[in-house]
Design a binder for this molecule. Structure first.
Ligand SMILES: NC(=O)c1ccc[n+]([C@@H]2O[C@H](COP(=O)([O-])OP(=O)(O)OC[C@H]3O[C@@H](n4cnc5c(N)ncnc54)[C@H](OP(=O)(O)O)[C@@H]3O)[C@@H](O)[C@H]2O)c1
Length: 197
């Protein structure tokens, strides 16, 4: 069930622009959000994904392998063995300075963006969960959304891009059906790009 909306203090959802952060050229970092959502833009329940969709997991692996994913600590701990996924650079956000994991740890948005602007190679995928999507969406120019037709029980959500003036649906795939769930791969693009392009 959906509880009271959570507020993410560092998030700047609502701005239709990507900004420089303390001189970092954030807007040119080529960040994309990647998420699987149900009909109500739910993404998770009790710390887990809403459904098991093998073709979607395969696509996630293919898209993100060799690139960078940014995740919150809860999402990292939802991965198999609570470990970073292989063959990609994982940046995990946590405010806990004693937290240890076999990946890059960032303790704030600014620390994360600084790392991404200075050291990351390849494309950057914002891979959840809810708090991380909400905070990074202002920096994303594209959202790769796996959209399920079903309404499932969820306690974590992605921003509803169909109600957003900042993104528009650019493409959608044919329907796929797995484990009784029909879904499509959708691509949403930012309507206004401030990169000068
Ligand atoms: N459907 C999908 O595509 C998809 C993808 C990913 C995840 N999910 C689901 O989403 C749910 C998890 O989402 P969630 O919102 O609960 O958790 P989350 O975003 O994965 O992680 C939240 C944690 O990240 C850290 N964090 C967030 N913002 C930070 C900041 N600015 N600075 C430092 N640390 C920060 C904090 O860790 P500390 O508490 O350690 O400080 C916070 O508690 C799960 O159900 C998961 O399965 C779904």
């Amino acid at each position: 069930m959906r509880g009271a909306p959570r507020v993410y203090p560092s998030g700047r959802h609502g701005l239709n622009k990507q900004e420089n952060v303390e001189g970092m050229n954030v807007k040119c970092m080529n960040m994309k959000a990647i998420a699987a959502v149900d009909a109500n833009w739910g993404i998770g329940m009790n710390g887990r994904l809403l459904a098991r969709l093998p073709a979607d997991l395969k696509r996630f692996r293919e898209i993100t392998t060799g690139n960078v994913i940014v995740v919150g600590r809860e999402t990292l701990e939802s991965f198999p063995g609570k470990k970073p996924l292989p063959h990609r650079t994982t940046v995990c956000l946590t405010r806990n300075r004693d937290y240890k994991a076999d990946c890059v740890i960032a303790h704030s948005m600014d620390e994360c963006l600084k790392y991404l602007s200075e050291f990351s190679r390849g494309d950057i995928y914002i891979a959840g969960g809810e708090s991380v999507y909400a905070q990074f969406l202002p920096y994303c120019d594209c959202c790769l959304i796996t959209k399920m037709e079903a309404s499932l029980r969820a306690d974590r959500f992605f921003i509803n891009l169909d109600n957003s003036e900042e993104f528009k649906l650019e493409s959608e795939s044919e329907a796929i059906c797995e484990n009784g769930i029909t879904y499509r791969f959708m691509e949403y693009r930012r309507t206004l790009c401030v990169c000068g392009s």
